[in-house]
Design a protein. Structure first.
Lengths: 149, 149
DNA sequence: CACTGTATGTCAGACTCCTGACATGAGCAA
DNA sequence: TTGCTCATGTCAGGAGTCTGACATACAGTG
């Protein structure tokens, strides 16, 4: 037994496996999004706006797990290319609610179908019950990590 | 019902939750590693070398989920600072097996304990059985994603 | 032997994203 | 009102990572 007693065993670590799974998912998404000229963050932004129209830059950043600075750069590009519109001035405060344009919505449709296919492939071999259990497990991990500092 | 029928529902998507969990874990690890002057990749490299001495640059890259170019930059820095040693020339082929120095091992001990604490916190509230199920679920997702192109 | 395919280490350039910082505006309490 | 706190949008600089490319070395096949 040369194993350290205080360490993390990579073969049985849920944390390591979590990163592995996340990486595999990201790679798979990049594969199907690249032909569409879209990055994962790019897609995430459009998907968020489709489901919750009017989200602000900061809200989109949190939803896509990037900083609001990064999302701002992306949003400016999306606005320039006509996928998204934002008011020139804030109606209240500094928040600029973003909206998908028809072009943005159309662009999202292809991407969303491709990503959906990836997710279906990922869940192949798992029953509904297993998916539900995995869902609750991940939810629990997130809450535990965020809760106690 | 304004929901699109071909899309991905972020509230129930296991893929989205997977990314959320992975981000939460990375953030938590960065928090505890920053005071030690270490990045996640930095730590991962040392941890891999502790458990599998003699790993090559490319093997370490795969284990830490980065490109071998990125790992090479890191390894050169670690070597320069005395945490890792590599032979000047390859005994066979081009592979340069890396080893932790005593200094590297010592530096890892603190980090490993801190990361272990994060993982323990993450798993708080889950039974052994639930952890085992989550482990198999993640394993299944990874295999499904990697298998059929 | 030569040839092909695969894997490695490394260099250079570019890119993405982050940290740090600033000014502005809303909400709340004294 | 004033002051404090928090959140937002934005700009500048930098750390980390990636893509692209090259030379090299092994294993297999003809």
């Amino acid at each position: 037994m040369s194993k350290r007693d205080t360490g993390v065993d990579l073969d049985t670590s849920l944390g390591y496996l979590l990163k592995e799974a996340s990486t595999a998912l990201r790679v798979a998404m990049e594969e199907v999004l690249r032909p569409l000229g879209m990055t994962v963050t790019h897609y995430s932004c459009l998907e968020l706006l489709a489901q919750r129209p009017g989200m602000s830059n900061s809200e989109l950043a949190r939803g896509a797990f990037v900083t609001r600075q990064s999302m701002n750069v992306l949003l400016q590009a999306l606005e320039r290319d006509g996928y998204v519109t934002r008011p020139a001035e804030a109606a209240v405060g500094k928040v600029l609610p973003a909206q998908l344009t028809p072009r943005g919505r159309q662009s999202l449709e292809e991407a969303s179908a491709a990503v959906r296919a990836v997710e279906v492939r990922m869940l192949a071999g798992m029953t509904e019950d297993e998916q539900e259990i995995a869902f609750r497990a991940l939810r629990s991990m997130i809450d535990s990590l965020r809760g106690p500092a």
